[in-house]
Design a binder for this molecule. Structure first.
Ligand code: AMP
Length: 131
C-alpha cells in the first residue's frame, strides 16, 4: 500500500507544497516542531533512507540543500537543522527545521505545533518565493 507521503506526492492528500522535481518532493510538516519545518521526500518510496542507490541518495540531499537555502532566506532563524527519523512514516524523508537555539530540534510530541491553515499557507508561500 502506498505511504501517506506517496499519496501526498500523487495529489490524493493535500499538503502545503514547497517544491518538486522529477525525483523529489518538499512540503510543510503538518505538525511542525518550529514554524517553517519542511519534509523532503524521495518520490521512489523506500522505508529506510540508506537503502537508496548512491546517486539517488545524493540527489535527495542536493534537493534538500536548495530548500534549506530558501527556508533560511524566508524565515527568522540562525540556520536550518536536519534530522532523519522515520519512526512514524515508513517512507524516507529529511526534516529541515529552522533553528534559533539548540533545543529547537526537539521532536517530543508535546513540542509539536498545530498552526492555522492561513499561517501554514503564508509560511509555504514565503519559502517558495525564495526558491
Ligand atoms: P518521522 O517518521 O518520525 O520522521 O515523522 C514523520 C513526520 O511526518 C512527523 O513530523 C509528522 O508530523 C509528519 N506528517 C505526518 N503526516 C503528515 C501529513 N499528512 N502532512 C505533513 N506532514 C505529515
Amino acid at each position: 500500500m502506498a505511504s501517506i507521503f506517496s499519496k501526498i506526492i500523487a495529489g490524493e492528500i493535500p499538503c502545503y507544497k514547497i517544491a518538486e522535481d522529477g525525483n523529489y518532493f518538499a512540503f510543510l510538516d503538518i505538525n511542525p516542531v518550529q514554524k517553517g519545518h519542511v519534509l523532503v521526500v524521495p518520490k521512489d518510496e523506500k522505508d529506510y533512507i540508506f537503502d537508496y542507490a548512491p546517486e539517488y541518495y545524493a540527489g535527495l540531499w542536493k534537493f534538500a540543500q536548495k530548500i534549506a537555502a530558501a527556508q533560511k532566506a524566508a524565515l527568522p532563524c540562525k540556520r536550518i537543522g536536519v534530522a532523519v527519523i522515520g519512526l512514524e512514516v515508513p517512507h524516507a524523508h529529511i526534516h529541515l527545521v529552522p533553528l534559533v537555539n539548540e533545543g529547537d530540534l526537539d521532536f517530543s510530541a508535546s513540542k509539536k505545533l498545530s498552526l492555522p491553515k492561513s499561517e501554514m499557507e503564508e509560511i509555504a508561500q514565503k519559502i517558495r518565493e525564495k526558491l
